[in-house]
Each structure stands twice: as structure tokens, then as C-alpha cells.
Design a protein around this ligand. Structure first.
Ligand code: M6R
Length: 646
């Protein structure tokens, strides 16, 4: 949650900061702000709402004749080519509120009493109340309700300023104190998580960054350095990146970059190449990122599979698992942990691993995992699934499992993310950035990789060559089959038009498609704000069916599979109580026409792979309902793309 950007370079910082904020907006968008060094001052501007509100505040609604009090930040005479101010140093933040309502006062960056230190923070300082009380006793004056502001005041407290305010008993003395030292002392007092960027009025050429639990990457451009919560805010300007690790502090000036730990021990860091293509982070003519990402699935699934199958041997080749392949042979239990959509992919994986690899598997919400007393022995592996690789709950679950000496595995999309670096072994999705808050292409890729892991582990055990071959053969056909489904986009839109005013939905499915039902319901509710519940079809008669009437439609995922007949019986139960039914069925299924009000057909595939095909039309359905309602599809209210707080 929250996106932070910092800029130091030879160009104007403002366009870089705004561009970075736009790219990070998916991480949180209830307020935003920028602190920019202009001459010898640092000035800030903040706004409630999306980045657009901040831009309007800086540039005015009409950039050609801005009325904004911040017009001095730029010279607009040469519009439309905006001339930006000369400030080459600044920090910016887009917020997802945790402490304090979304307001200008609570928007970052925050400053100390003297307005010299400016800080943008992602994460939660758990002991901020206690620290705030102590600082207030010493005379510090707080301007916000946030946990972040304590960091600025703490640093101020350790930093010897020429103090112009008698009420503030910060360390008196001459200015020009030790900023890095003061930051380190402050960090030692913090409990919780932080990704921080900070600038100080006394240092026109310096930006500091620190990380503990919240992601931070430093992009190294030719003439500029950009620090950001993730590389999507960096790729336009730099191709090389350093990922900070927990407990590391970076001191960046124009000609120097020093990374050290909290005890000031220098750390040598690896410079990595960013291999994401810029075009992948753009909308490419689609009205929303979500639609673009849904339509990318034939290619993204293929990218997840390519080079990872040995068709003739009926085997999967997962390079990331090589280092632990011997240990994997001895694994006799797998715990899959994840959140949200990734957890639904894990549930599909549970059915696959038990049916085809014969490994007892359980799936646990990451947010619950570490609060149980999980029973883990040396033959248990924990498999974490995460698109962002930054989900705090998933990361915490991995750490808990590591404490208990479990082998930790992962399926992660974002290269170099915290989870990717924490696990013992894993497979990347290779699907490029997923920008829309609603996860789509990540889910289908995660399920495809679960199928590969099933073949990999199954073939280490009792899976036959024929079975391995069959799964791989069918998996390779999935991208083309998804294309067929996406070709029905207009028909699916028409169905969405029919149901757009419904206030409730059930999503029902069995076995492999129970997780599909959960995923379809999650997609609809998170972007359309319509109440939707995913239920195993057989469970509906134990209570939920009481809700059914003509205004409460049900989406049935009922391909021709081993539980088809059972699903049909459940559908009849709904129909006989006046409920309307949208069915996702297998091509050629005529019988379903007698019962369902609307049908979306998907091509035939292996039962274990049906969730990939059946989810695609549900993504489109949710998308169209949200778009028809005129909602912000890519940035639904109250949500953020990566949830880096517990
Ligand atoms: O980045 P992760 O895959 O770890 O994220 C997990 C969930 O927060 C995520 O899938 C969330 O449920 C999506 N918004 C669903 O579309």
C-alpha cells in the first residue's frame, strides 16, 4: 500500500515525480503529495483524491492558463510544452490510509517542527503512539494523525539544528548535523514496517532511503536516480536497479551512492537489470488496464509455460526448483499460502497436487497461517503464491514457516520482490506488470504454473509418462482456447447489461471450479461493489438457497467434468425456486440450454485446467458490469494493488 518516489538528478524532479506517482497510483489513491526542493527551500503540495487532483492543484485545471497557487513551480507560457521548475530533488507519495482519514493534513510527505526534514513513508510504525507521546513531551508539535510524522520528528530530535523555535527542545546546536547518523538512530527506535525516502533542507544534493518490510528499489539512470516502491515507476528512466533489503539505508547524492546497515556497516549491493518492457506498463489502446490484461492472457499464459515443458518426457522443467529438487522428492505434505486471488489459484493447486501428484495438500489464508500453530516438519513444504511478491501477510507466513525449518517455495510475478528473495526456490510468472488492482492474468498464470508444479512433483513420484504428456499437451492448447473465449467479449457484455442492476449474486461450482466460483465472486464485488458470494454448489442447500428469488441470480460454473451431473441437480434446485442462472458450460452442451437463462461456452479441456478457461468469461463479466456502472475499474474504492500492511 502507498507508493513512494524520490528523485535526484540533472533534470527537473517534478515531471519525474508525477509520472512515478501515476505509475504507482494502483498502490493507493486516497491522497497524494510532493515535496520539492526549490532554491534553498523545500516546498510541498498535497491533495485529497487521486493523482489527478494533485496535478490540478499544481498546474491548475487548464494547464494553458493555470490559476494554481503553485503556478510558480513552473513557467506555463510555452504551453503545451510545460516548462518545469529547476528543482532537481524531490519526494512524492500516493497514500492508502492506515492511520488518520484521507485528508491533506494526513497526506505525505510529512515534515518535522522546523519544516526542514521531509519524509514519504510506506508501511506502519506500530509503536508510533508511544514515540509521539515522548516527542510531544519534549515540545514537538505534530500536524497530522499519521504514524509517519513521528519519523520526521525523531530524526529532528537527533539532529542538531539551529533552533528558531524556543518551544521545540530538539538537540540545540549548529546546523549541519549528521543526517545519516540521525536517521539511523531514529530507525533503531521504530517497530513495524517502513519504506522511506527523505530529504533535508540543509542538503541540496542528497536523498536518503531506508527499508524494513516495505519494498524499495533504486533506479540508476544516466543522469538521475529514482527511488520507488516498485520498478514500474522507474522503467521509463532507468534500466538498472538496486533492490534494498530489510535493515538497509541508502545515502544518495549526485556523485555517490552508499548503502549501509543500521549500524553504519557498508554493504555492497548487486546492480540488476530491469527486463520489463515499457510498453507492457501502458494501456495500448484499451480503455482500462483490466481489459488489456484480460486480453493479454493467451500470451501471458504461454509466457508462463514456454521453455518449461518436456513434451516427449511428459515432464516439467522448472529451473527455479533445480537447487531443491532432491529435497522435493522427500516432501510428503504441502501447505499453500496466499491471499485473495492468489489464494484461489492455490485452491485449484490443492486439487491438482492431491489428484495427480498424490501429495497431501492444504491451503491456508496467509493472514491466518501464522496465528495458528502450524504443524510443520522437515518434510513439509510451504508454497506461497503472490503476484506482487510484497503482500505482508504472505511474507509473514513464509517467515513463520522458515522459523520452523520448512522448505519455502513460491510462485511470484514481480522479479526481485521481497517474497521472491525470501523463498528457497520458486517459479516466476513471466507475465509482465499487472497494473489493474483486480488481478486477472496473474490468476490464470498461477494456475498454469500450479499445473507445471503438479507435473514436476508428480513425475518425481508415481505419475505416469502418459499422464504427464496429456497434462502438458492440454496445457499447451490453453492459450488458443482462451483466445476463443475472449472472442465472445461482445456477447458477455450483453449478458452484463442484463444483470447490471442485480444487487446480489451467487457463484457456484464444484471440485476444481469451486475456487473458480470464489474468484468470479471476488472479481465482481471488488470492481462493481455488488455483493457476490462464491459457494460450493453442494453447500448451497445448507442455508444460502434461502436467499434465492427472481432478483438474486446465480452464476454456475458447470463444465462437462466429473461433477457435471451433481452441478446440474443443484442448478435445478435454484431454477425451481425462481432463481435466474448464468451458466459457464462446455461447448456442445445442449442440455444446459433447458435450464440456464444465459450461457457462456468454453472449449473442452482437461478437468484440472477448466478453472483457467472458466475464469476468463467471469473476468469479462465483472469488467463489463463495472464499466457499465461507470466505476473506476482499475482503481476500485478502498483497495490497493499490493497490500503491504497486515
Ligand atoms: O500480490 P498478491 O498476489 O500477493 O496479492 C494478493 C491479493 O491481495 C490480490 O490477489 C487481491 O485479492 C486482488 N485485488 C484480487 O483481484
Amino acid at each position: 500500500m502507498c507508493g513512494i518516489v524520490g528523485y535526484l538528478g540533472e533534470n527537473s524532479a517534478l515531471p519525474a515525480l508525477i509520472d512515478g506517482l501515476r505509475r504507482l497510483e494502483y498502490r493507493g489513491y486516497d491522497s497524494s503529495g510532493i515535496a520539492l526542493r526549490l532554491g534553498s527551500d523545500i516546498q510541498s503540495v498535497k491533495a485529497v483524491g487521486k493523482i489527478k487532483a494533485l496535478e490540478e492543484k499544481i498546474f491548475g485545471k487548464d494547464v494553458k492558463s493555470p490559476q494554481s497557487p503553485f503556478a510558480k513551480w513552473g513557467n506555463y507560457n510555452k504551453s503545451p510544452q510545460l516548462q518545469y521548475p529547476r528543482g532537481c530533488l524531490g519526494i512524492a507519495h500516493t497514500r492508502w490510509a492506515t492511520h488518520g482519514e484521507p485528508s491533506e493534513a494526513n497526506a505525505h510527505p510529512h515534515s518535522d517542527c522546523l519544516g526542514k526534514i521531509w519524509i514519504a513513508h510506506n508501511g506502519i510504525i506500530e509503536n508510533y503512539k508511544e514515540l509521539k507521546e515522548k516527542l510531544e513531551e519534549k515540545g514537538h508539535k505534530f500536524k497530522s494523525e499519521t504514524d509517519t510524522e513521528v519519523i520526521a520528528h525523531l530524526i529532528e530530535d537527533f539532529y542538531p539544528h539551529t533552533n528558531t523555535n524556543d518551544n521545540v527542545s530538539v538537540g540545540a546546536g549548529k546546523s549541519g548535523g549528521d543526517l545519516a547518523g540521525s536517521l539511523r538512530k531514529a530507525l533503531k527506535l521504530l517497530e513495524g514496517a517502513y519504506g522511506i525516502v527523505l530529504i533535508h533542507e540543509d542538503y541540496p544534493d542528497k536523498i536518503m532511503a531506508a527499508k524494513m518490510g516495505s519494498p524499495l528499489a533504486i533506479g540508476l539512470g544516466d543522469t538521475e536516480t529514482i527511488i520507488a516502491s516498485d520498478v514500474s515507476a522507474i522503467i521509463t528512466r532507468a534500466k538498472q536497479v538496486i533492490y534494498l533489503d530489510d535493515g538497509e539505508v541508502a545515502e544518495i547524492s549526485k556523485n555517490d551512492l552508499r548503502i549501509f546497515n543500521i549500524d553504519n556497516v557498508k554493504i555492497e549491493k548487486k546492480i540488476e537489470e530491469i527486463d520489463w518492457d515499457m510498453g507492457e506498463a501502458e494501456k495500448k489502446g484499451f480503455p482500462h488496464f483490466m481489459l488489456k490484461e484480460i486480453f493479454e492472457q493467451p500470451e501471458s499464459i504461454m509466457n508462463s509455460i514456454r521453455g518449461r515443458v518436456m513434451e516427449r518426457e511428459g515432464k516439467a522443467k522448472l529451473g527455479g526448483f533445480d537447487s531443491v529438487s532432491k529435497k522435493l522428492r522427500d516432501i510428503n505434505r504441502i501447505i499453500i499460502t496466499a491471499c485473495g486471488t492468489a489464494m484461489h489459484a492455490g485452491l485449484v493447486g490443492e486439487y491438482m497436487l492431491e489428484e495427480y501428484a498424490g501429495i497431501p495438500t492444504e491451503v491456508e489464508y496467509a493472514s491466518e497461517f501464522r496465528y495458528r500453530r502450524p504443524i510443520i516438519d522437515k518434510n513439509t513444504a510451504l508454497l506461497a503464491i503472490s503476484q506482487s511478491g510484497e503482500t505482508a501477510d504472505t511474507l509473514a507466513a513464509i517467515r513463520e514457516a522458515k522459523e520452523k525449518n520448512a522448505l519455502t517455495l513460491g510462485i511470484v510475478n514481480v522479479v526481485g520482490s521481497s517474497i521472491a528473495r525470501e523463498i528457497d526456490a520458486g517459479a516466476y510468472n513471466h507475465i509482465g506488470p499487472e497494473i489493474s488492482v483486480a488481478s486477472t492474468k496473474a490468476f490464470t498464470s498461477q494456475v498454469a504454473i500450479m499445473a507445471l508444479i503438479t507435473v514436476y512433483l508428480g513425475r518425481q513420484r508415481r505419475m505416469s509418462l502418459i499422464t504427464g504428456e496429456r497434462i502438458i499437451k492440454e496445457l499447451l492448447l490453453i492459450p488458443e482456447k482462451i483466445k476463443d473465449i475472449l472472442g465472445q467479449n461482445n456477447e458477455i457484455k450483453k449478458i452484463a447489461e442484463k444483470y447490471v442492476n442485480a444487487e446480489n449474486f451467487f457463484y457456484l461450482g464444484r471440485k476444481y471450479n469451486y475456487p473458480t466460483a470464489l474468484e468470479g465472486a471476488l472479481k465482481l464485488k471488488e470492481i462493481s461493489y455488488i455483493h457476490a458470494e462464491g459457494i460450493p454448489s453442494g453447500e448451497m442447500k445448507h442455508g444460502s438457497i434461502a436467499m434465492i428469488d427472481e432478483n438474486f441470480p446465480s452464476v454456475f460454473i458447470c463444465p462437462r467434468d466429473s461433477v457435471y451431473e451433481k452441478n446440474i441437480s443443484n442448478m435445478e434446485e435454484i431454477k425451481s425456486r425462481g432463481g435466474r442462472v448464468i451458466a459457464v458450460a462446455t461447448e456442445g452442451d445442449e442440455r444446459i440450454k433447458e435450464m440456464a437463462d444465459d450461457i457462456i461456452y468454453i472449449p473442452k479441456t482437461l478437468e484440472m485446467l477448466t478453472p483457467i478457461l472458466a475464469t476468463a468469461p467471469l473476468q469479462l463479466f465483472a469488467y463489463h458490469v463495472s464499466a457499465l456502472k461507470g466505476l473506476d475499474v482499475d482503481k476500485p474504492r478502498n483497495l490497493a494493488k499490493s497490500v503491504t500492511v497486515e
